[in-house]
Design a protein around this ligand. Structure first.
Ligand SMILES: C[S@@+](CC[C@H](N)C(=O)[O-])C[C@H]1O[C@@H](n2cnc3c(N)ncnc32)[C@H](O)[C@@H]1O
Length: 201
C-alpha cells in the first residue's frame, strides 16, 4: 500500500496526547490513510460511496489492527456523526460536494469534536479540468472553491481552533493525451481543538 504523505505524518505527530483514539475518514478509496490510522492504534470509521467489500477484501488476513476498521458505504453528506472522533480525515474529496454540504458536514464534525481533536483536510480549489480534446470540463454541484473562499469558510467554521493552512499546486496530465489534464491548488488544513483547560487560560 502506498505510504501516507509527509503532511499527514506531520499532522499525526502534532496531535494532542489527549486526543481520543477514534478516527473518521471520509472518502477513503484505497484505504491508505484508514490503514495507517488503525495501525497506529485508532479505531477507524471509514466512509465512502464505493462498495465496502473492496477494502474489506484487502484487509483479509491482516493482523489484529484490521479489526479496528469499520467500513461504511454511505454518501458523506448523509453520514450522521453519532460518536466522538479524536481525528477526522478528508483528503481530496470535499471538492466533490456542494459548498453548503461541506459546511454541514464540517459543522457536524466540529460540534461533536472532543477537546484535543485534530482534523486533517486536503481540498482542491481553483480546479481546471480538460478532456482529451482540451475542452474544459465542469462537474455539476462541485464546491468550486477558490483558495480564498475555502480559507474564509474554514476560518469561520473552526472558531477557537488552532489552524494551519498551506497551499501546494497540483497537476495531473494524461501522458497518452496531453490536452487531458487536471490542475488545482491543494489546500492542506491542520485544525486542532484546544483542550478545555487551554481555552480557559
Ligand atoms: C480522489 S479519491 C480520494 C481518496 C483518498 N482520500 C486519498 O486521498 O487517496 C475520492 C474518494 O471519495 C469518494 N467520494 C467522492 N464523493 C463522495 C461522496 N459524496 N460521498 C462518499 N464518497 C465520495 C470517491 O468514491 C473516492 O473514493
Amino acid at each position: 500500500m502506498a505510504p501516507v504523505s509527509d503532511r499527514f505524518a506531520g499532522f499525526l505527530n502534532s496531535l494532542d496526547d489527549r486526543a481520543l483514539r477514534t478516527a473518521l475518514e471520509f472518502g477513503y478509496r484505497m484505504g491508505t490513510y484508514t490503514v495507517t490510522l488503525a495501525r497506529t492504534g485508532f479505531d477507524v470509521v471509514a466512509v465512502d460511496q464505493i462498495p465496502p467489500q473492496i477494502l474489506r477484501s484487502r484487509l483479509t488476513g491482516c493482523p489484529d489492527w484490521a479489526n479496528r476498521i469499520e467500513v461504511v458505504e454511505q454518501r458523506i453528506e448523509n453520514f450522521s456523526i453519532a460518536r466522538q472522533f479524536g481525528v477526522v480525515v478528508a483528503r481530496d474529496v470535499l471538492h466533490y460536494l456542494r459548498q453548503d454540504q461541506v459546511r454541514d458536514v464540517l459543522t457536524r464534525c466540529i460540534q461533536r469534536a472532543p477537546a484535543g481533536a485534530g482534523h486533517f483536510l486536503e481540498v482542491f480549489t481553483d480546479i481546471t479540468r480538460t478532456d482529451r480534446q482540451g475542452r474544459r470540463v465542469l462537474i455539476e454541484d462541485e464546491a468550486a472553491y477558490t483558495a480564498d473562499t475555502l480559507r474564509t469558510t474554514i476560518e469561520r467554521l473552526y472558531t477557537g481552533w488552532t489552524l494551519h493552512m498551506t497551499l501546494t499546486q497540483h497537476a495531473e496530465r494524461n501522458t497518452d493525451s496531453p490536452h487531458n489534464y487536471f490542475e488545482a491548488n491543494r489546500i492542506t488544513i491542520h485544525a486542532h481543538r484546544r483542550t478545555n483547560h487551554e481555552l480557559c487560560r
